[in-house]
Design a protein around this ligand. Sequence first.
Ligand code: AMP
Ligand code: GLY
Length: 423
Amino acid sequence: MKVLVVGGGGREHAICWKIAQSSRVDKIYCAPGNAGIASVAECVPIGAMEFDKLVAFAKEKAIDLTVVGMDDPLVGGIVDAFQAEGLKVFGPEKKAAILEGSKAFSKELMKKYNIPTAAYETFDNPEAALAYLETAPMPVVLKADGLALGKGVLICQNLEEARAGVKTLMLDKQFGSAGDRIVVEEFMTGREVSVLSFVDGKTIRIMTSAQDHKRAKDGDQGLNTGGMGTFSPSPFYTKEVDEFCRRYIYQATVDAMAAEGRAFKGVIFFGLMLTGNGPKVLEYNARFGDPETQVVLPRMKNDIMDVFEACVEGTLDKIDLEFEDNAAVCVVLASDGYPEHYEKGFEIRGLENFEGSPDRFVFHAGSKFAEGKIVTNGGRVLGVTALGKDLKEARANAYAATELIDFDNKYKRNDIGKAIDEA
Ligand code: AMP
Ligand code: GLY
């Protein structure tokens, strides 16, 4: 089979790497890819939003299946564009990707179908939002309705911050039209867990759990980022939590989407908060998580092509997902200054230390070739993943592995997986 993967970050590297292990795959292309992805796939210089070019490429190369990793093209309707040309593609159609594309939509869905989530109100008028906030309990959470690179969420401690937040999102339009409408949400406390799943429109299969670290600095300080590291499984995702979520959240979401005429095929990422009143949905994403994928897929036993095809064909009920009884930790190596100002273009040294290793992997997020070398090309540069028999061993292995890599301005958090010690 020939496969095309759309995207060019650490998540897509992990997806390509997993696809490459399938005995059924002869050739992988990745658009646009990156310098790390180039070790497992042929990179094609087409952007993820260039649907016409991607469709033409898939036809020209007789691609058997296209897998879309990123949210923007999914929310923009890439799956519909491929389907319109009779091409097989893994991911939700535009009308289903709205589950991630509009927070107002997903909140309404949860309310309508009694799926546990934080209480909320939706506003498309800043005056009405400000009036509501006058008497709202603090802290309060403001969310831009649309896609905002994971940065359109503001946690406001008091009324003053909440007023400033409305200004940022709705008046200054810091996230563009994503802030035309906002969701004002009850602030919840608890542990966060990421749960990825495969869905074929009606059946859902849950992958192993993971936890992300979104803030830039140790101790969950600093700005929100795309994710600075992950571990899997989450020790807080107990059997009881799993049972609760299976009963009230996972299948309920799939059934709700089908009932709305928006049958979801692809990956649903459940961002959960384990509150004192049980698990609640923080957010849905319509795709694999980044960097959750970098710890989940290395633990998956299945041939991922079987699972992708079952989702597309509606036969996921025939598949049992299996995961190794081990653990994985991913530490992101970033450029110092990320997520604000940082330099790039520095040579990355030590990548050869990972070649052929069965238990440590380096997934490239922002790298490129320059003059025969691989250089840094983004805020998040690499995700260094290591396996271990348990979380502590995996963490020790991952941090040891980060020492094998060197580049100027290398920055990492030193407390990825600290929560393991509290479990
Ligand atoms: P989201 O993009 O919706 O996942 O929000 C980003 C982050 O903001 C989450 O991972 C949480 O850490 C935090 N967050 C979002 N909603 C809430 C909430 N209702 N209560 C507390 N924290 C939240
Ligand atoms: N790691 C969070 C996300 O992929 O949105």
